[in-house]
Design a protein around this ligand. Structure first.
Ligand code: PXP
Length: 244
């Protein structure tokens, strides 16, 4: 069985920088170190409130990175204009609420199908592929396929929360739900890429990494947290080793 690729989310290097409002640590330098350590792609989330990643980071990173940029963003006209200008390899549309600590749930593709479909078309015009961050819900998977998404990213936040609370039975149930969602998506459209992410750590990643059919895992907070103690390159390598 192929192991998933590893996309590293560098947002929290920028969070640390923004805490002081100065120029370091530089998330672009961090992204390059992640690439050197073997990351398959770099994810960054340009939030509407610019709480971590700034517009200039996105442009700087695009000009120096060697792998693939996965630019996460809300489904807004402002973000669409930026994506059209930057032309990342991938855009991942996510829901966004101002007060949330991090992305709390999947996108409601069923409810906003028309708008998201038109955003996907705009991205395809510039050659950017589109992923939709969704919950493990068959209706959301069906709608994502129907409107032409190239990939879905399954939200693993519920799984991660259960892990933190050490709810063993519920963890097994959630892994099965994710497994079924991945299998269903691949059955409906074998060309659709199925990614997953949110709240994954070296401790909890193996059960998700070993689900057949997952193309890539996007992991941020735990890798940046680990890097405080072991350095960024080791943190990236250790996360990959933890895939099993
Ligand atoms: N995937 C998506 C769509 C996200 O919004 C995030 C958080 O920004 C992640 C993955 C990474 O989550 P974490 O930082 O918890 O690893």
């Amino acid at each position: 069985m192929n192991k998933p690729l590893l996309g590293v989310n560098i947002d929290h290097i920028a969070t640390l920088r923004q805490a002081r409002g100065i120029s370091y640590p530089d998330p672009v330098l961090g992204a390059l170190l992640c690439e050197q350590a073997g990351a398959d792609g770099i994810t960054l989330h340009l939030r509407e409130d610019r709480r971590h990643i700034q517009d200039a980071d996105v442009y700087r990173l695009k000009s120096v990175m060697k792998t693939r940029m996965n630019l996460e963003m809300a489904v807004t006209d402002e973000m669409l204009a930026i994506a059209c200008d930057v032309k990342p390899e991938w855009v991942c549309f996510v829901p966004e609420k101002r007060q949330e600590l991090t992305t709390e749930g999947g996108l409601d593709v069923v409810k906003s199908a028309k708008k998201i479909a038109s955003f996907i078309q705009e991205m395809h015009k510039i050659g950017t592929q589109v992923s939709l961050f969704i919950d493990t819900d068959f209706a959301q998977i069906d709608q994502s396929i129907a409107i032409g998404a190239d990939a879905i990213e399954i939200h693993t936040g519920v799984y991660a929360q259960l892990w933190l609370k050490n709810k063993q039975q519920a963890i097994t149930g959630e892994v099965i739900r994710i497994q079924k969602a991945v299998a269903y998506a691949k059955q409906q459209n074998p060309r659709l890429l199925v990614n997953a992410g949110h709240g994954l750590t070296r401790d909890n990643v193996a059960l998700i990494a070993q689900i057949g059919g997952i193309h890539e895992l996007n992991i941020g907070h735990a890798i940046i947290a680990d890097s405080v103690f072991m350095g960024l390159e080791n943190a990236v390598k250790s996360m990959r080793q933890a895939f099993g």
